[in-house]
Design a protein around this ligand. Structure first.
Ligand code: ADP
Length: 316
């Protein structure tokens, strides 16, 4: 039975696992909950498991275990109802390149039971919205890369799904097209469509999304509001080696402290605080520091890696 609460949750994933036949464990039991109306980023480096997760939700990939519900419809028990709620824009171009732009979107409308005048109206609406109406009689093969991607978005939207999932929507498209795509996605989100996108562009997730889940090696390592994640990234943690033993961590204004060993103190610095102030307070307590290092945290490490990936891509 679909409850009111289910209607508020666009996508619920519980303990989802996937092991491919070659033994690759792509998902190791992930949990995600996407609220209706949200703009949600699933961020992670290549090979993290993003496409596998999306593939399972859109029933292109069989799961090994766990549960998936789309607006309260289980993909095991009510697959058709679940599918009707979803529009998918895959990472790879999977258009019939010899078919006309108009036919591709019209056929998709037919697949979802839309025919006649309504289908025509919808096809026109979304081809116009994605600036492809003038190309409706051309075969898909004649479109540029960016246009093909826009066509896949029009095709995904023609049945007006409540949840739009885009897998790396702007991978390989130039910056101008990327920005216009972002604007379009923002508009349809404002109009009420829940959007989930996978990306490994930090900037994309940051500009668009209100919620972020970070996946790495088949495990969710962060799942929070974007604002909270960004705030966390601004924090820095230092590990201080002390010349003398301490029995307990000192309470310092503007800093969180934690004793890691008798002579090691972990200090977390908020965005507005400076290190001089830390040392003034330590001096006043007669605590002396012999050395100091930055503590790398997993999230920072992951972000560093993502930035490196991005850089490597830009260089190729
Ligand atoms: P992402 O989309 O985050 O780049 P994927 O979901 O594509 O990650 O891949 C997750 C892991 O599963 C990777 O180790 C990848 O090599 C593996 N994988 C993906 N598809 C298959 C497949 N069809 N058969 C075997 N392993 C796969």
């Amino acid at each position: 039975m679909v409850t009111i609460r289910d209607l508020m949750i666009a996508l619920s994933i519980k303990n989802l696992t996937k092991t491919y036949s070659n033994g690759n464990q792509a998902l190791k039991g992930i949990d995600l909950s996407v609220e209706s109306g949200d703009f949600y980023a699933l961020l992670g480096p290549n090979g993290a498991g993003k496409t596998t997760a999306i593939g399972i939700v859109s029933s292109l990939v069989n799961k090994s275990g766990g549960e998936v519900e789309v607006f309260g419809h289980s993909i095991d028990k009510e697959l058709e109802a679940a599918k009707a709620c979803i529009g998918i824009v895959p990472q790879e171009v999977n258009l019939n390149l010899w078919e006309s732009v108009g036919n591709i979107v019209t056929n998709q409308a037919g697949y979802y039971g839309l025919h006649g005048k309504l289908a025509k109206q919808r096809v026109e609406k979304y081809l116009r919205a994605l600036r492809l109406w003038d190309r409706r009689n051309d075969v898909a093969r004649s479109l540029s890369g960016g246009m093909k991607r826009r066509l896949m978005i029009a095709r995904a939207l023609v049945h007006e799904p409540r949840l739009l999932i885009l897998d790396e929507p702007t991978a390989g498209v130039d910056i101008e097209i990327r920005r216009s795509m972002w604007e379009f996605l923002e508009q349809i989100n404002e109009a009420g469509t829940t959007i989930i996108l996978t990306t490994h562009y930090l900037e994309e997730a940051e500009s668009l999304c209100r919620h972020i889940a970070i996946i790495d090696e088949g495990t969710i390592i962060e799942d929070a509001k974007m604002s909270d994640v960004l705030r966390k990234l601004q924090r820095e943690v230092f590990v201080l080696s002390l010349t003398e033993e301490l029995l307990e961590a000192p309470a310092l204004d503007g800093f969180m402290t934690r004793l890691r060993g008798e002579r090691e103190l972990e200090v977390e610095k908020g965005p507005g605080c400076d290190l001089n102030d830390l040392f003034v307070q330590l001096n006043a307590r007669n605590i002396h520091v012999s050395s100091l290092r930055n503590k790398a945290n997993r999230l920072e490490e992951l972000f560093m890696r993502l930035v490196e990936n991005k850089q490597a891509e830009a260089d190729t």
